[in-house]
Design a protein around this ligand. Sequence first.
Ligand SMILES: [Fe+2]
Ligand SMILES: [Fe+2]
Length: 338
Amino acid sequence: MAVAGLRLMYHGLTQPGVMCKLTHHGADVGVSAVKTAVTRTWALQFPKRLNSTQAYNSQVKENYAKEAENKINKTNKINEVPQLQSIDHFRSSKAQKQGKDNGAYILPHPIWSEEELNSVEITHRVPENFTDKAAFYSVKILRNSFDIFSGFNWRKRSEKQWLRRIIFLETVAGVPGMMAAMVRHLNSLRRMQRDHGWIHTLLEEAENERMHLMTALQIRKPGLAFRGCVLLAQGVFVNVFFVSYLISPYFCHRFVGYLEEEAVKTYTKCLQDIDSGSLPWKNSPAPPIAKDYWQLPPDAMMRDVILAIRADEAHHRVVNHTLGSLKEDEPNPYGPGR
Ligand SMILES: [Fe+2]
Ligand SMILES: [Fe+2]
């Protein structure tokens, strides 16, 4: 009996997939029946298993080849976009001077058609609940206070004032995307869960805002007092937004959505000032960084740059209102560069 038991255990262990119950009575008969069944099963299954493994392996290889090809195509496409060799701002860096860096590290981003550039409209999403209203009125209070403080509506808006405003606001506008991406990145690491594709869109937004800043910096370099104000504003805003995003990502995306509604208004006003002649950018050539980034024609003017920036802001508006309407674990509908 003990021998029969051991033989059965041996076959049970060495031939997985076979389940058998053996009674005390007729142990040897049971063992031999099991052996036969096992042999038949393996004889029948082995070619099938071999075939399916081979098919599986070749499928996997094919998928890897396709994926690698797609990645190469995507990388080539991304590398085609930025040609930033002519940027003074980047050339001043040590690495650039040594010829080790051409500054061309840009995430994918939308390139707007003529029709898209000219069809941007001022829109408003009506607040639907308490959080929406809190976000909307926070933006309104900030905007109105800043307008009063800077004399935006009651003083003549010169080129210097426009650049001061654009540079300051873009240093702030680049913060939310980066902080939101950081929080989601850390959440993904800490909770050991996937991100659902939000991080790349948020990082793209942060970089896009930073490129608005880099463009304006090609025309005007801020002074020491201005840099002090930027330092102060960043110190406060980074921390407030970080804590707010931990508490309510919904509020934060809605807040940025309403902020972008204001940005579209501001750049629309900028275009009106260009067209009326009070801002002399109609015949000013676009900085090389802007031509490279937005793939503008060689004869592009500053007006074309402002049109592209306004289209970016309108895009952030819709992206953030969309993300604000999604649950945190819902997939981001925006692919890279879209
Ligand atoms: Fe911006
Ligand atoms: Fe923006």
